[in-house]
Design a protein around this ligand. Structure first.
Ligand code: PEP
Length: 234
C-alpha cells in the first residue's frame, strides 16, 4: 500500500465463535492498539448474539471499528421467526456479509435468496458484501462490493509458517478482481478472502485491484489481528 492512496478494507468474520466476554476482550485489545488511519477501514462481524455488546463497546471506547453482520434476512421485518431483518439490524451494523460459501452449502442459500438479501440490505442502508466463490458466481444487481473467496482456500489452517496451508496467490486473486471489475464495472470493490494471515496479507493489499481482505480464523485472535493491521501499514 506504500505510495498508494487507495483505502483498504480489513473485515473480520468470526463465524459462530466467541462468548460475549471473549468478544469484549477482543474489542478492547484491538480497539486500543488500532492504528488510526483513514486509509484502513476495519470491520468486525461477530455473532448476532454479540452484535449489540460489540457495538456498545466500540462506541464507548470510540474505536475506529465498524460493525457488520454475517448474514441478514431476505424478508422485511415481520412474521419471520428466527430471522434478522435488515431494517432492524441497521441499528447495529453498517455492512453485512451475504452468500458466504458456508451458508450456500449448509443452509442451501441460492443466488435468488442472495439477490433478495442484497436488495433488503440496500433498502436499509447496509453495505452488502457478497461472497463469490469463483468467476461463475453471479454478482447481484446493486451490489458494489464482493469478496472473492475460493472454497478451497477457506480456513486451510494456514499459519505464519510460509508454505503451510493454501491461500490463493495474490497475483491470481488480482486477475480475478480485474475480470470482475471488467464485467460488473470498475466501481465494484473486490475483497480477497481465504486463509489470510499477518504473513501473507501485504501481498494481497498491494495488488492493483484488490480493495481489502476478509479474514476468518486469523481474526479470532486479537494479537494476530493486530499483526495483520500492522502488516498493512508497513
Ligand atoms: C471466511 O470464511 O470468510 C474466511 C476468510 O475464512 P479464513 O480466513 O479462515 O480462511
Amino acid at each position: 500500500m506504500a505510495g498508494s492512496d487507495k483505502s483498504i478494507w480489513i473485515i473480520a468474520n468470526w463465524k459462530s465463535n466467541k462468548t460475549i466476554a471473549e468478544t469484549l476482550d477482543w474489542v478492547s485489545s484491538v480497539g486500543s492498539k488500532l492504528p488510526k488511519r483513514e486509509d484502513l477501514k476495519v470491520v468486525v462481524c461477530p455473532t448476532f448474539s454479540a452484535l449489540s455488546e460489540v457495538k456498545k463497546a466500540i462506541t464507548v471506547g470510540n474505536f475506529p471499528i465498524m460493525v457488520g453482520s454475517q448474514d441478514l434476512s431476505p424478508f422485511e421485518a415481520g412474521a419471520y421467526t428466527g430471522e434478522e431483518s435488515a431494517s432492524l439490524l441497521k441499528e447495529l451494523v453498517e455492512l453485512s456479509i451475504i452468500g458466504h460459501s458456508e451458508r450456500r452449502k449448509n443452509f442451501s442459500e441460492t443466488d435468488e435468496m442472495i439477490s433478495k438479501k442484497v436488495k433488503r440490505a440496500n433498502e436499509a442502508g447496509i453495505t452488502p458484501l457478497v461472497c463469490v466463490q469463483d468467476e461463475e458466481t453471479p454478482v447481484p444487481e446493486e451490489c458494489k462490493m464482493i469478496a472473492y473467496e475460493p472454497i478451497w482456500a477457506i480456513s486451510t489452517g494456514l499459519t505464519n509458517t510460509p508454505g503451510v496451508g493454501r491461500a490463493d496467490t495474490p497475483e491470481d486473486a488480482n486477475k480475478l478482481a480485474i475480470r470482475f471489475k471488467q464485467k460488473y464495472g470498475k466501481e465494484l470493490e473486490v475483497i480477497y478472502g481465504g486463509s489470510v494471515t499477518a504473513t501473507n496479507v501485504k501481498g494481497f493489499i498491494i495488488q492493483s485491484d484488490i480493495d481489502g481482505v476478509l479474514v476468518g480464523n486469523a481474526s479470532l485472535d486479537a494479537e494476530e489481528f493486530i499483526k495483520i493491521l500492522k502488516a498493512c501499514k508497513e
